[in-house]
Design a protein around this ligand. Structure first.
Ligand code: ZN
Length: 170
């Protein structure tokens, strides 16, 4: 079985990113015992990532680099915003646990879209939040192998995610 659209794919991989001093730095390891599962074509991963692994069979390996343009896009300075600390208050209290620098916080924008923001800085009046994808502006290197490929069920395609092993239980 080969990776194609609407197949459930399980991958083991190592992800390295090019850091600010132009050195490769490993940031994620997904082992063969606990692979990443997704539906090809609706993975939420960059399209270029899906293109690179398309057609690979179980047991085959991959080793490729994605530019920021092929990955999560360039880092956007305009996606960094100062928000009044009041919007983070619950019952008039600042949630200290939540507002730790580096924390990812789910938020809703003016259009009602949900997005994750990372706390960059906190002072008495404002919270500086970064809404860029954590891998925006990064060159990414993936190396790994295909652990399993199977056709997605009609229900999985309908829900847009994997059920059962490595997927959503509901
Ligand atoms: Zn579901």
């Amino acid at each position: 079985m080969k990776i194609a659209a609407n197949q459930v794919v399980a991958l083991a991989y190592e992800l390295s990113i090019m850091n600010d001093t132009d050195e490769w730095q490993m940031v994620e390891t997904v082992g063969e015992d606990q692979p990443m599962y997704f539906i090809q074509g609706m993975s939420g991963l960059p399209e270029s990532f899906e293109d690179k692994i398309n057609g690979l069979a179980v047991g085959e390996s991959f080793d490729f680099t994605l530019s920021p343009e092929e990955g999560y896009g360039d880092y956007d300075m305009e996606a960094v915003a100062e928000l009044p600390i009041d919007i983070f208050k619950v019952d008039g209290e600042v949630q200290e646990d939540m507002l730790q620098v580096g924390n990812m916080i789910p938020m809703t924008n003016e259009d009602g879209h949900r997005l994750m923001g990372q706390v960059v800085e906190v002072n008495r009046e404002f919270v500086l939040m970064d809404f860029n994808h954590p891998l925006a502006g990064r060159k990414m290197h993936f190396k790994g192998s295909v652990i399993n490929v199977r056709p997605a069920t009609a229900e999985e395609l309908d829900h847009g995610h994997v059920h059962g092993e490595g997927g959503v239980e509901h």
